[in-house]
Every structure is written in structure tokens, then in C-alpha cells.
Design a protein around this ligand. Structure first.
Ligand code: NAD
Length: 293
């Protein structure tokens, strides 16, 4: 059966490595990396994500700055705060927690973040650079970057391999496909309009699933020995669990783990990697801005 790709463990290692580097940087040049987080409105899930990001920063010695704006703020108000952080030398990363309230245009807001501080990697120019040959973005979006990091740390060869990404969202599927292509895989994208998705997926040496449909990918979709990265986080009813539900991925783990060569569990796979990559992007930014090797 498949080797388990332990995202929880890798994320812990990454955070420890970051903590060491943050200390080195502080000792050598007196600079502490800083991350600014802007939250608009009071969605409970967004508040939790922001709190977790701040806690993760603290744990590795990154300074965090938080702005909370009311739900009915104007785009101009949000952009005013972004501009302030753009020119604040103690801030190396700026993150606008999504989703934004409906009256706001995401693109206007994301465009306002300096591409050199865009640690989420969502600025259209960073995405554009990711898509271009011979160019590199300042930052790669955290979840797909986490998927790639897991493949690298588990020694999965990418060059010349066939990869299938299921899902084409701006935050996961699309950038994941671009990254695999940059790493010299031959990439297909399977999405909601794809015919015979199982047939296409079965050709893949590497599968990244980012759909949001519980257990969509069955065992017979998988080529024996393939590496499976399951980004999906889907609640399913479970009367035996104290919360009444449990979380499963987009891949039917029970079936897939009998066929695959390596697979991420849900939870404990990609999930913990996302925040670790945010910390990594913030450190990278501070190093680049201060020319610290
Ligand atoms: P999304 O809803 O924005 O995109 C889903 C994509 O899947 C779309 O491109 C759509 O075309 C495709 N799709 C829908 N139904 C399909 C089907 N039946 N077959 C093939 N493709 C289909 O979702 P997202 O933001 O990309 O997130 C996907 C999943 O990953 C969700 O479960 C989400 O909770 C999870 N997620 C996890 C992390 C993390 O681990 N940190 C981060 C982001 C998202």
C-alpha cells in the first residue's frame, strides 16, 4: 500500500527551519520579517484563519500586524491600508484575507498589493509571471507551493512525468498546474466540464486534486504507483464523531491508498503546509528586500 505523505510532519520541519533562519537574520542585520494581515468583515472562518496565521508567525519569530475593517468598508479604505503597508519598511508580506465582502472587487484590491510583498501570490502580475516561460513570480500561492514542497521532500520525480490537476481555481488548481509545468511535467487539467475524467487521471504519475467534492477520485482512477496530493477538505456527516462530522479529501483514501505509490491523508496532508508556505514566503520576502542570503 501507498507511502503516507505526512504534511503535518513536513510542515513542522519547515517551520523549524524558518525559525532558525529568522533568528539568524535578526542576529546578523537586526531585521525581523513582518506580515500584515487585513481582514474585512467578521466571518467566523476568516477570523479563525487569521488567528491561526498570526499564531504561526509568532511561533517562528515573524512579527504580525493585523487590521480589522468593518464589513461595510469601502474599497478605498481597504486600499488605503494596503498602501500604508506597501510603504512600511517593517512589513515584508501583505495578505488580504479572502473572501472579501460582495460589494468589493477582488481584483481592485489584489492589484493594490505591491507585487514584492504579495506573499499570497494572488496579484495578477505574479500569476502572469508564473505562467510565463523564463520568468519567475516574486511569490507562488501557498497551497500549490505546499503541494510541490511535499512532492520534493518525498523525492517524487516530476521532470518528464505525466501530471493531472483536478480543479482549475485561481488559488489552487490553476497555479498548481502552472507549477508542475514549470517543473517540466506534462500537465493535463481536469475540471467540471471534462469528459471521462477517470480515463485522463489514470494516465497520471502525479495527481493533484483540488475540487471540493468528497471522495470524487476513486481507486480505479489511479495509475498504480502514482503520487497523489489531495487538497480537498470536505466535511461529511459522521454521527460517531463528537462534532457530528469529519473531514475527508477529494480522493477516496481507502481505495486510492491501495493503488497509489504515495498519498497525502486528509487531514494532515496539504492542510498544514499552507500556513508553513505563507511563513516561508514572508521570510523569503524579507531576505530579498534586505538582500540577506
Ligand atoms: P473551487 O470551488 O474554487 O474550485 C473547484 C474546482 O473544481 C473548479 O475549478 C471546478 O471546475 C472543479 N470541479 C468542480 N466539480 C468538479 C468535478 N466533478 N470534476 C472535476 N472538477 C470539478 O475550490 P478551491 O478553492 O480550489 O478548493 C478546492 C478544495 O480544496 C476544497 O475542498 C477546499 O476546501 C480545499 N482547499 C484546501 C486548502 C488547504 O489545504 N490549505 C486550501 C484551499 C482549498
Amino acid at each position: 500500500s501507498a507511502k503516507v505523505i505526512d504534511g503535518k510532519l513536513v510542515a513542522k520541519q519547515v517551520r523549524e527551519e524558518i525559525a532558525v533562519e529568522v533568528t539568524k537574520m535578526k542576529d546578523a542585520i537586526g531585521i525581523v520579517p513582518g506580515l500584515a494581515v487585513i481582514l474585512v468583515g467578521s466571518r467566523k472562518d476568516s477570523q479563525t484563519y487569521v488567528r491561526n496565521k498570526k499564531k504561526a508567525c509568532e511561533a517562528v519569530g515573524i512579527k504580525s500586524y493585523e487590521v480589522n475593517l468593518p464589513e461595510d468598508s469601502s474599497e478605498e479604505e481597504v486600499i488605503k491600508h494596503i498602501s500604508g503597508f506597501n510603504s512600511d519598511p517593517s512589513v515584508h508580506g501583505i495578505l488580504v484575507q479572502l473572501p472579501l465582502p460582495r460589494h468589493m472587487n477582488d481584483e481592485n484590491i489584489l492589484n493594490a498589493v505591491s507585487i514584492e510583498k504579495d506573499v499570497d501570490g494572488f496579484h495578477p502580475l505574479n500569476i502572469g509571471r508564473l505562467a510565463m516561460q523564463g520568468r519567475d513570480p516574486f511569490f507562488v500561492p501557498c497551497t500549490p507551493k505546499g503541494c510541490m514542497e511535499l512532492l520534493h521532500r518525498y523525492g517524487v520525480e516530476i521532470k518528464g512525468k505525466r501530471a493531472v490537476v483536478i480543479g482549475r481555481s485561481n488559488i489552487v488548481g490553476m497555479p498548481a498546474a502552472l507549477l508542475l509545468q514549470k517543473a517540466n511535467a506534462t500537465v493535463s487539467i481536469v475540471h467540471s466540464q471534462t469528459k471521462n475524467p477517470e480515463q485522463i487521471t489514470r494516465q497520471a504519475d502525479i495527481v493533484i486534486a483540488a475540487v471540493g467534492v468528497a471522495n470524487l477520485v476513486r481507486g480505479n482512477w489511479i495509475k498504480p504507483g502514482a503520487a497523489i496530493i489531495d487538497v480537498g477538505i470536505n466535511p461529511v456527516d459522521d454521527p460517531e464523531s463528537p462534532r457530528g462530522y469529519r473531514l475527508v479529501g477529494d480522493v477516496c483514501y481507502e481505495e486510492a491508498s491501495k493503488v497509489a505509490g504515495a498519498i497525502t491523508p486528509v487531514p494532515g496532508g496539504v492542510g498544514p503546509m499552507t500556513i508553513a508556505m505563507l511563513l516561508s514566503n514572508t521570510l523569503e520576502s524579507a531576505k530579498r528586500i534586505h538582500k540577506f542570503k
